[in-house]
Design a protein. Structure first.
Length: 182
């Protein structure tokens, strides 16, 4: 085997090794900007502390008070108000799940949840802590769907290009050694 072929084999092996190391990083970075972020069990302050419950009314929700409006921590701002409002919202506590439009009103573009005076939210039944699950777009989220689709293909095309380079180099070695025609 000539030095030229040894160099080609070494180059092919090195290309595969570097590519395998880089492909995971490329895919991970791509996912960071193409995937929305999920929040599980975001906890709000006590409803009595917020001044939302009417102590004289037996701990019922006083929905006319602005204190009964809970704003999620990652509420949409700037471009996200129109392009990426919060989604997949679930409101409840450790044992109950509330129903949208019955127990609360949801304003996805502002991230506001307005609690309503229903029997499900009665102090004796529901308690004080409200847990919220939702999905939002991080600041570096790529909001163009065509951009996300294209970026998701990059890792695959990188892997294909890497494979073609390695196959091409191995084929050249085989051709130089007279084994390509077999």
């Amino acid at each position: 085997m000539e030095n030229k072929n040894l160099g080609l084999l070494f180059g092919a092996f090195l290309a595969l090794l570097v590519g395998i190391v880089l492909i995971g990083t490329i895919a991970s970075q791509s996912n960071l900007v193409t995937e929305k972020t999920n929040v599980l069990d975001e906890t709000t302050t006590s409803l009595f502390t917020l001044g939302c419950r009417d102590a004289a009314g037996g701990g019922q929700i006083n929905e006319s008070l602005g204190a009964c409006n809970i704003t999620v921590t990652n509420s949409p701002t700037t471009w996200k108000v129109i392009d990426c409002p919060i989604s997949n919202v679930v409101v409840g506590n450790s044992t109950w799940t509330l129903t949208e439009s019955t127990d609360y009103n949801l304003f996805t573009t502002t991230g506001v949840i307005q609690l309503l005076n229903t029997s499900n939210l009665d102090n004796a039944t529901f308690g004080e802590t409200v847990l919220i699950d939702y999905t939002y777009c991080a600041d570096d989220y790529l909001n163009a769907s065509w951009g996300r689709s294209t970026l998701d293909l990059v890792a695959g095309f990188f892997a294909i290009a890497l494979l073609l380079v390695a196959v091409g180099l191995f084929y050249q070695v085989m051709k130089n050694e007279g084994l390509a025609g077999l």
